[in-house]
Design a protein around this ligand. Structure first.
Ligand SMILES: NC(=O)c1ccc[n+]([C@@H]2O[C@H](COP(=O)([O-])OP(=O)(O)OC[C@H]3O[C@@H](n4cnc5c(N)ncnc54)[C@H](O)[C@@H]3O)[C@@H](O)[C@H]2O)c1
Length: 441
């Protein structure tokens, strides 16, 4: 019986906690391990340390029952280990930092017994599971991979905000070290959770499959953003144009442009692919250009906001800018602020001398404080601001009484609608009011 097997999840972040608690609810005995005192403390008090739809309720149901948070991994106490630690990029070198993966591999290696299965779930450069994880597991355990224990790469492909739904809906890719017994074992585990399993050639295919997904998305969004920049020059509304050319024409799905492409995965995974390219002797230049295009967008937004202020006769040093949306995306709703384009916009505005005040429906105010942004309610923010920037498409922003809020602003004033939430024609006739969007004027 697969459910008799004891699971241990290393890393209880945006990936490990939803996964571990979902397996716990499915009937597995799950132990969660995290190196961060903040994470452990929060979980020991019964609180999820980030917002994810349904996660707190799930945690309430399983914590202390089938899901336990431990300080250390007990030797020989588990049958299946899942590595879900972070794989960030070094900001200066843009190269992956592998120390968390190395640490988790060593921790598991020390506890590993014959017959166990290790599942690598963190997103990594191609070759990591074979070249880094496997040797560390073998070194620490004295066991031989493929003979004494099994090893697979099984990527996480969910979007935060819909994690608990997608864990049960998305196909699970699995690439094995030996590609036989290991994949069968991991498939039996994931089949208790997901509708179907997609076995891929080997560990490297699994690792590359994950990177292909995210770099494709980054490229796709970069395409729309590039066209938005051109549309601004031409004087055409790119959001409307994308919708018009998609209308009834099934071959293409051109996305809506955006004020930046953020989030830990879409911003980081292109660098993991570029790093892999270097390792294997091929330069994936399309991926590089796409990343550059998307990385420019928040700076472009900040520049446009400063141009609007100038048109309104305001110096940055005497301007207050109200920023709405600090999470890296608005939909599905998340409190995740990692690699949020808003951070870049705020810092650029502050550097220019602006005072920035802000609001987000789910991001805690201490994040705003860490950016030196004063929290404000929506009504207060509009009243106090010389310019307003909408940075995410959070559902609350879509239903703002925008005309009333604009009427409450002292004129001259400006609005930059980064997500085209409102019809630009609403603003063009307002006296002393300056409007711009991403991909339209
Ligand atoms: N966030 C997402 O939506 C998402 C989606 C798909 C894939 N991924 C990938 O999954 C991996 C994890 O991402 P995340 O968003 O959950 O990261 P995270 O930073 O939220 O969580 C990782 C956790 O691992 C812990 N940790 C680090 N080293 C440890 C160790 N040696 N032992 C125990 N705990 C340790 C950290 O304290 C942290 O809480 C990354 O590779 C990421 O790229 C993330």
């Amino acid at each position: 019986m697969v459910k008799n097997q004891k699971l241990c999840v290393i890393g209880l972040g945006f990936v490990g906690l939803p996964l571990g608690t979902t397996f716990a609810e499915l009937g597995f005995a799950v132990t969660g391990i995290d190196a961060s005192p903040r994470v452990k403390e929060s979980l020991k008090q019964g609180r999820a340390h980030f917002a994810e739809s349904g996660l707190q309720e799930l945690l309430d149901r399983v914590l202390g029952k089938s899901f336990h948070v431990a300080d250390a991994v007990e030797k020989g106490a588990h049958d299946i280990y899942i590595i879900a630690v972070g794989t960030p990029i070094d900001d200066s070198t843009k190269e992956p930092m592998m120390e968390y993966v190395e640490g988790a591999s060593r921790t598991i290696g020390k506890a590993l017994k014959k017959g166990d299965l290790v599942i690598m779930r963190s997103t990594v450069p191609i070759g990591t599971t074979r070249k880094i994880v496997l040797p560390l597991l073998e070194e620490e355990s004295g066991l031989t991979g493929g003979k004494d224990f099994d090893l697979v790469f099984a990527p996480e492909r969910l979007v935060s905000g819909k994690a608990l739904i997608e864990l049960k809906e998305l196909p699970q890719i699995i690439g094995g070290y030996k590609g036989e017994k290991d994949v069968v074992r991991a498939s039996a585990l994931f089949s208790t959770m997901t509708p179907f399993i997609v076995p891929v050639e080997n560990l490297e295919a699994g690792e590359m499959g994950k990177l292909i997904d995210n770099t494709y998305r980054d490229l796709h969004f970069a395409y729309a953003n590039q066209m938005a920049r051109l549309a601004e020059k031409v004087g055409v509304d790119m959001t409307r144009l994308a919708s018009d050319v998609n209308n009834g024409y099934k071959r293409n799905r051109i996305p809506t442009p955006s004020p930046g492409v953020g989030g830990i995965c879409l911003k980081k995974d292109p660098y993991l692919l570029m790093y892999s390219g270097k390792e294997y002797g091929f330069h994936p230049f399309l991926t590089e250009s796409a990343r550059e295009m998307n990385a420019q967008m928040p700076l472009h937004v900040a520049e446009r906001a400063l141009v609007l202020l100038s048109a309104a006769g305001k110096e940055p040093s005497s301007s207050t800018v109200f920023v709405l949306g600090f999470a890296f995306k608005g939909k599905p709703v998340t409190s995740d602020t990692r690699d949020s384009p808003t951070t870049t916009v705020v810092q650029a505005l502050q550097k220019a001398g602006c005072k920035v005040i802000g609001y987000d429906p789910v991001v805690p105010s201490d994040h705003l404080a860490s950016l030196k942004v004063e929290p404000a309610s929506i009504e207060e923010g509009f009243k106090r601001a010389n310019a307003v920037i909408i940075m995410t498409n959070h559902p609350e922003f879509e239903s703002l009484p925008i005309e009333k809020l604009i009427a409450s602003m002292a004129k001259p004033a400006a609005l930059l609608d980064g997500w085209h939430l409102f019809d630009p024609s609403l603003f063009r006739e307002i006296p002393d009011f300056y409007y711009a969007g991403v991909g339209n004027n």
